[in-house]
Each structure stands twice: as structure tokens, then as C-alpha cells.
Ligand binder design. Structure first.
Ligand SMILES: [Mg+2]
Length: 325
């Protein structure tokens, strides 16, 4: 691997802080560091609370993007799902409108206000119409008993419009129990469980779909390797990156042989700005592969000079961790 020095990364380092259109994951501003290499730009954007070990995978992904490049694509256009944050039914419908032409919506449920969750699902289903599909992401918030009850009641409301339920419980072993006991035909997807528990063997006995993300998995090549081991339908998803980080997600979706369908790579639409002038957002429900280069004007517009030293320190600590392994 053409591994850059810390000085090479630091020389081109740019730090931006971009406001979100709606609060997401408890944050209202997305901070991102970017650097340039011979293959283009890379994004280093672990969430602020992440430790050095977790952040090191994000750094490896950014370095791959700028200094290594990606595997050859098997497809040039990636179908995209809308991502609907937690909120009221009105906010859900407003969020759906950002994702132009998307026929699949992924809805985050909080798990505690199930009547409100049901109202949001119904509101989104009404806008999507008959050919729409809905994915529910519980982010591990249910117990096994709650998951069985919630999934059954959501199936009663949505029927076959419900494409799958993602990470119903926190652990893979709980999800396996739900998978075994569930009496309605709703596929289950595993997201956090793959990363946090390092699951790659026999996952297809436990769930029906695997969600893969580039940055938390240390880059496109690593994630593709996991996809090949899993040998089950894959959905590629993102982590609130700018178009620079999103391009890596598209590279994975383009290279994965066993892609299920729409991918969660439309989240640039949740940002109130971007670092490239023609953002990687869904048009007619899909994004085509293309080169992305930051605009200097946009890097300046979203620059966060008061955060630059913090990110330089984080880059240094993370790089040292990465280098020692
Ligand atoms: Mg998820």
C-alpha cells in the first residue's frame, strides 16, 4: 500500500463544519476533515465521541480513498433509499421530499413512542404509494419480546411494503432469537452487530440482510472482503459523510456482487451544505458514479478554523495508532 506520512496528510488537511437540515443522531452540525492524495480526496470524519481505535478505521478508509483507490465497479448507477430521521409525521414527510425520486424509505424508530412511529410510517407510506418500500431501523433499541411485538404490529400496518427491519435488538444473539420466533414474513437486517461483534460466519442463518458501511469498516476493500465472506444480500449504507466520503460508499456499492437493491447512500441530502458543487444526491432515486473534487469556495465557506487544531491533534493520535498496528 502506498501509505502516506502524517506530514502528507496534514499538509492538505481541511476541516469543515456543516449544519444539518434536521437534528440527526443528536447532532446539528457535522464536522469533517479532508485531505488530498494522488487518487483524489479522502474524508476522515469519525463522530466526535469516537475513540482512537474506532477512528483509525475511518482514517484507513480516507487514506484508501486518497492514496490507494478502489476495486473496479460492476455497476455504474446505484439505487438510493431515503433516510428519514426520528421526528413527527410532518417532519418525516418533509425529509422524504429531499430524496428526489426515491421509492424506498428507511425510517428510524425511537422505540418508545410506538403510536408516533406508526403515524410516521403511515404518513411516509401514503407519499410513497403502492410501489414504495419501507425499511425500519430500530438501532438495537428493542428487547426480544418488544421486537416480536413491534415488528408484528408494523407488519399489520404495512404488509409487504415493509422490506425489512434493521438491527431490532442490540446483540446478534437477540436478533437470532427474534429471527427464530417471528411469525410474520419480515426479513431482518444486521447493521451494528456486524461491526461491534465482528460477525462474519453463519450470519445468513441468523438474519436475511447485512448492512455494510465503508468508513467504520476501514475502507472499500475491507468491506468488500466482508461482503464476500457473508455471502448474503448486502445493503451499503453511509454515516453522514460529505460527497467525498459518500463517493467511497458508492464505490463499495458498485463493487459488491450480492447487492440487495437501494442503498443508504443518500444522506448528503441531510446536510445543509457540501464540499463539492454538484453534490452526490439522488436524482430519479439513484446516484451515478463520477469523480468528486472539493470546491475551494465551499471548503472556505464551511471552514471551521476554531476546530482545525482539534482535528489535527485527532489525526495525529489516530495516525500513530494506525501506524503501530
Ligand atoms: Mg442502521
Amino acid at each position: 500500500m502506498n501509505f502516506p506520512s502524517l506530514a502528507e496528510l496534514s499538509d492538505s488537511l481541511r476541516v469543515v463544519a456543516i449544519p444539518l437540515k434536521q437534528k440527526f443522531r443528536g447532532i446539528t452540525t457535522r464536522e469533517v476533515a479532508l485531505f488530498e492524495g494522488p487518487f483524489g480526496w479522502g474524508e476522515f470524519s469519525p463522530f466526535l465521541e469516537y475513540d482512537v481505535a474506532e477512528s483509525s478505521r475511518w482514517l484507513a478508509a480516507g487514506i484508501e480513498s486518497a492514496f490507494v483507490g478502489w476495486p473496479a465497479p460492476k455497476r455504474e448507477v446505484i439505487e438510493i433509499n431515503a433516510t428519514i430521521p426520528d421526528g413527527t409525521p410532518e417532519e418525516a414527510v418533509a425529509a422524504l421530499a429531499f430524496f428526489q425520486g426515491c421509492r424506498t424509505a428507511k425510517i428510524k424508530v425511537a422505540g418508545t413512542h410506538s403510536s408516533l412511529d406508526t403515524a410516521r410510517l403511515v404518513a411516509v407510506e401514503r407519499v410513497l404509494g403502492d410501489s414504495g418500500k419501507i425499511r425500519i431501523d430500530a438501532n438495537g433499541c428493542w428487547s426480544v419480546a418488544e421486537a416480536l411485538k413491534q415488528i408484528t404490529s408494523f407488519y399489520e400496518v404495512l404488509g409487504n411494503t415493509l422490506e425489512y427491519v434493521e438491527q431490532p435488538c442490540a446483540t446478534v444473539s437477540e436478533i437470532a432469537q427474534v429471527h427464530e420466533k417471528l411469525s410474520v414474513p419480515v426479513p431482518l437486517a444486521i447493521d451494528e452487530g456486524i461491526r461491534k461483534e465482528g460477525y462474519t460466519r453463519n450470519l445468513s442463518d441468523i438474519a436475511d440482510v447485512a448492512i455494510l458501511k465503508v468508513a467504520p469498516m476501514g475502507g472499500v476493500k475491507n468491506a468488500l472482503h466482508i461482503a464476500q465472506q457473508l455471502d448474503m444480500p448486502i445493503v451499503v449504507s453511509s454515516a453522514l459523510e460529505t460527497s467525498i466520503g459518500m463517493r467511497a460508499g458508492l464505490a463499495l456499492a458498485a463493487a459488491v456482487p450480492n447487492l440487495l437493491g437501494a442503498c443508504g447512500l443518500g444522506t448528503v441530502d441531510l446536510l445543509g451544505g457540501d464540499v463539492i458543487s454538484h453534490s452526490l444526491v439522488a436524482e430519479d432515486g439513484a446516484i451515478g458514479l463520477r469523480e468528486v473534487v472539493p470546491s475551494l469556495e465551499l471548503l472556505d465557506r464551511w471552514a471551521a478554523p476554531d476546530r482545525a487544531q482539534w482535528w489535527q491533534n485527532r489525526l495525529t493520535m489516530t495516525y500513530e495508532f494506525l501506524d503501530r498496528r
